[in-house]
Design a protein around this ligand. Sequence first.
Ligand SMILES: Nc1ncnc2c1ncn2[C@@H]1O[C@H](COP(=O)(O)OP(=O)(O)OP(=O)(O)O)[C@@H](O)[C@H]1O
Length: 352
Amino acid sequence: MSQTGLQIKDVDHSYDDKQVLHNVSFDVPDGKVVALLGPSGCGKSTILRAIAGLITPNKGLIALNGHDLTRVPVRNRGLGMVFQNFALFSHMTVAENIAYGLAHLPKSERKARVQRMLELVRLLPFANRFPPSLSGGQQQRVAVARALATDPAALLMDEPFGALDRALRSELQAELVRMQNNVGITTVMVTHDQEEAQAVAEQLVVMNEGRVEQVGSPEDIYDRPSSLFVNGFIGHANQMAARVTGPASLTMSCGTEIGINRKINYLPGSEVIVTSRPENLNLSPVHRPNALAARFDRAVVMGQHLTIDATLKDGTAVKAQVLRDGGARPSKGDNIWLSPEISKLHVFPKAS
Ligand SMILES: Nc1ncnc2c1ncn2[C@@H]1O[C@H](COP(=O)(O)OP(=O)(O)OP(=O)(O)O)[C@@H](O)[C@H]1O
């Protein structure tokens, strides 16, 4: 095993008799950030605990820079950890908190490293303050600095910004990206916030019910989802029932015939789900080929966009996102046409 970074391979885990991880595999390239993403209870924290050594998986391999960690005790794994409840020592100053894991170093080196960490998380002026006198975001930066101070071989973060409000979260996400550009540490971050995952991670691992559904860059996962679950979990996806009528044609259950500009790998007669992102449905006042007839329900202004709620002929509710052009908007109950961008439609099997 000579691979650098973190390797998770075929990991299974059960709590009591309940299996919660099934053959989980993914890699974190050396110095990169990977985000684990998925609904509550899908097993994200369990993977992090397995990497940390807090639980022993029933099966599988966890290796860091080519070394199997499976039998290495927690304290010898050389990992930094940041969790949601950052648990700083409130009777110690910020500097003392950061120095906590550095007792083995000579005093001058310890001081220099604490100084470097304070600079990295931009908390130099707060070195002698006590955690209860800091904001949530500042406390979380101390927790990150404390984890990084020991020069860990990898960093594990479980919902590190979960307790913070939206503005602070995005500030700290930007800070994390900046720090990563400076120090480039192999990091696994658990989050249930897809925007956060997309903002900080080069690779996403999307999980569902203890299984990895897809691994890829944020762009890959958004543009080329491998399953209906991933498509609906990352960003909004309109789901529309349809029947395959030919090698490249579909009849939507609202009645529209759609010609797809590529071959679809389903037999004629198959029931499928066709998906479209809201930004790939264009509003038109007149009929065009492939356009879906709909009833306009309402429109909400989102910055420079208009998010339109509409209902197709078969009762399917859909969302379209269009640029605000200042033109007349339809009124509630008006008939409209929604033209999907055909090359951006996805076709999935109908769930049984
Ligand atoms: N100590 C435990 N004992 C028994 N079952 C557990 C234990 N910890 C977690 N579980 C169960 O294992 C499954 C996965 O939990 P886990 O905490 O890994 O999910 P998660 O994706 O991190 O969820 P969340 O986003 O809600 O934190 C869940 O069904 C959970 O109820």
